[in-house]
Ligand binder design. Structure first.
Ligand code: PEP
Ligand code: MN
Length: 279
């Protein structure tokens, strides 16, 4: 008989719960990842991270390898920046994540960060997926901007082929005919995917909308449909950001977002409650 795919509910019925440092992700455990789009320098990264941690984030996001549309835009600090990520994770005792884009950077990235992220543009970079499948770190796999669910889940299977079950799917909006917002956030997929896969599914309302003012409503909607977490861009001074300033919350804005969503989460364990109970 054909073996079911590892991502599927036929392979494993219960929700996957990922343990990393002192947090859990998936099942009843909600993850709130926040931080700058790109790590620009130590001050910007630390300032932003401290503020979002204080507000309630339990993972710090931030990229050192940036996939930019223009070759003349800021490309990120590169491998040099990984030390900053590791130091911040230790100094603030918090889980850190970053994106990897190149097969040659996978091992060194895995050694410096807790969670590795594969960006939308690389969701079907099969050489990269195969290389990342060799590491044990939890992996955030973003949905490609024109990927079907089937393609996305197959990409997850690439990452799981050697036994790593710590995969977090991240819906970040897809390209459609509609150009009002940066992308079209495909929220109905969350409950659908939950029936197909045991993997946690989070939502990135920043890249999905491209607009700061839409992040909070999109986050609430994501929680309402059962997302296991959020990935949000925050900058200590968005008007000076080298990347994605328009879709980055200020630290104050992030605090307001937290105040609006926390009533629906158990504060200590971050167990989802409220919306699901019909509150
Ligand atoms: C990011 O999260 O930093 C990013 C580049 O997003 P995406 O891969 O979804 O475009
Ligand atoms: Mn960004």
């Amino acid at each position: 008989m054909k073996q079911p795919f590892r991502f599927s509910r036929d392979y494993k019925q219960e929700d996957t719960v990922i343990s990393v440092k002192d947090i859990k992700i998936g099942g009843e455990f909600f993850v709130l990842a926040a931080g700058p789009c790109a790590i620009e320098n130590q001050e910007q990264y630390y300032d932003t991270a401290k503020l979002v941690k204080e507000a309630g984030a339990n993972v710090i996001r931030g990229s050192v390898y940036k996939p930019r549309t223009s070759p003349y835009s800021f490309q990120g600090l590169g491998t040099e920046g990984l030390k900053l990520v590791r130091d911040l994770g230790e100094d603030l005792a918090i889980v850190v994540e970053t994106e990897v884009m190149d097969t040659r950077d996978v091992q060194v990235t895995a050694e410096h960060v807790d969670i590795i992220r594969i960006g939308a543009r690389n969701m079907q970079n099969f050489s990269l997926l195969k290389e990342v499948s060799k590491v044990d770190n939890p992996i955030i796999l973003k949905r490609g901007m024109n990927a079907t669910v089937d393609e996305w889940l197959n990409a997850a299977e690439y990452l799981m082929q050697h036994g790593n079950e710590s995969i977090i799917l991240c819906e970040r909006g897809i390209r459609t005919f509609e150009t009002t917002n940066r992308n079209t956030l495909d929220l109905t997929l969350i409950p659908y995917l939950k029936s197909k896969t045991h993997l946690p599914i989070i939502v990135d309302p920043s890249h999905a909308t491209g607009r700061r003012e839409l992040i909070t409503p999109a986050s609430k909607a994501a929680i309402a449909v059962g997302a296991d977490g959020l990935l949000i861009e925050v900058h200590n001074c968005p008007e000076k950001a080298l990347c994605d300033g328009k879709q980055s919350l200020t630290p104050d804005g992030f605090q307001t977002l937290c105040a609006e969503i926390f009533p629906y989460l158990d504060q200590e364990k971050r167990i989802l409650s409220g919306w699901q109970d019909g509150a």
